[in-house]
Design a protein around this ligand. Structure first.
Ligand code: GUN
Length: 291
């Protein structure tokens, strides 16, 4: 048996089209154009690729994109001053400060300086608290996209056993909160969990967000489970040529897809959902702020 392959790329395209439609209507009816500001400090190559893709897809959705590229030597005070300007700028509905930040900058302090109403990453403690208490916060993009993919194959999750492997603030913890709000019985597993394979085997919904290539094996997966692979790991691929890499997830896909009821591939699963959800949050923030 091979599980359903959840096509995140196609789902994200559909979501972006629906967002573009709503953005066009906002412009026509209310004369409003949502705006997203992205702040990149330094020259981290992976971050540069992300920021370029974000800007491109923002413009394609009909929104305004404001890019702020600052040198790695930017001080914390300069960054806080920019965040304050963006908070006050009426044309900006969403603010994203790309992580990681250089070590001399206190990232938490910067994230907490963002107006919670414009915090499209959902990292501000006010939004974290609202999501945890079940209402109204901007939801971090990767867990939000993961939940949409889960619900694309099963609408009602009530009573299911969900296991989230990974306890990061960006994915694991908010993912657990979203699944709890869907009335799942949620376990958050991590590097110190005893009998991780046994814990995973209980999961009707298994979300892997650990950042370890192909760690979750096929025999850790309950037959018929929904498996969401958040991992994006670059591993050497000598079969593609010397020095070449390929992307793999946190799940051993070939083994797991033979057991799972539905599974996301890497690439083409959760990855494309993240930017689509960022646009979703920017539109959401615009509608809430400008009513
Ligand atoms: N760096 C890698 N992923 C993310 C993300 O989702 N948000 C931000 N701000 N930075 C990131």
């Amino acid at each position: 048996m091979t599980g359903t392959i959840i096509d995140g790329k196609a789902f994200a395209e559909g979501l972006r089209q629906r967002i573009a439609g709503r953005v066009a209507e906002l412009g026509r009816v209310h004369g409003v154009q949502p705006g997203l500001a992205v702040v990149l400090v330094g020259e981290d190559p992976a971050s540069q690729v992300y920021v370029r893709n974000k800007a491109k897809q923002t413009v394609e959705a009909g929104m305004r994109s404001f890019e702020h590229r600052l040198p790695a030597t930017t001080s914390e005070a300069e960054l806080l001053a920019l965040v304050a300007r963006l908070n006050a700028d009426e044309a900006v509905d969403g603010i994203l400060v790309q992580l990681p930040l250089p070590p001399h900058v206190n990232a938490q302090k910067v994230l907490e300086a963002i107006d919670p109403a414009k915090d499209v990453d959902g990292f501000h403690p006010v939004n974290v608290g609202r999501v945890a208490t079940g209402g109204g916060g901007l939801v971090p993009c990767t867990p939000l996209g993961s939940l949409m993919l889960i619900k694309s194959v099963r609408r009602d999750l009530a009573g299911l056993d969900a296991v989230v492997v990974g306890r990061s603030n960006i994915v694991g913890k908010p993912m657990a909160q979203l699944l709890l709000a869907e009335s799942c019985t949620v376990t958050v597993a991590h590097s110190r969990t005893r009998d991780l394979p046994g814990v995973c085997r209980r999961a009707d919904v298994l979300v892997a967000a650990v950042g370890r290539p192909q760690m979750i094996k096929g025999d850790w997966v309950k037959p018929g489970a929904i498996v969401i692979d958040v991992g994006i790991n670059r591993v050497p691929a000598p079969e593609l040529g010397e020095g070449k890499n390929r992307l793999v997830g946190d799940v051993a896909y070939a083994e797991a897809s033979a057991v799972a009821g539905a599974i996301t591939p890497v690439p083409g699963g959760v990855g494309p959902m993240t930017i689509a959800c960022l646009l979703h949050n920017t539109l959401e923030s615009c509608c809430r702020r400008r009513g």
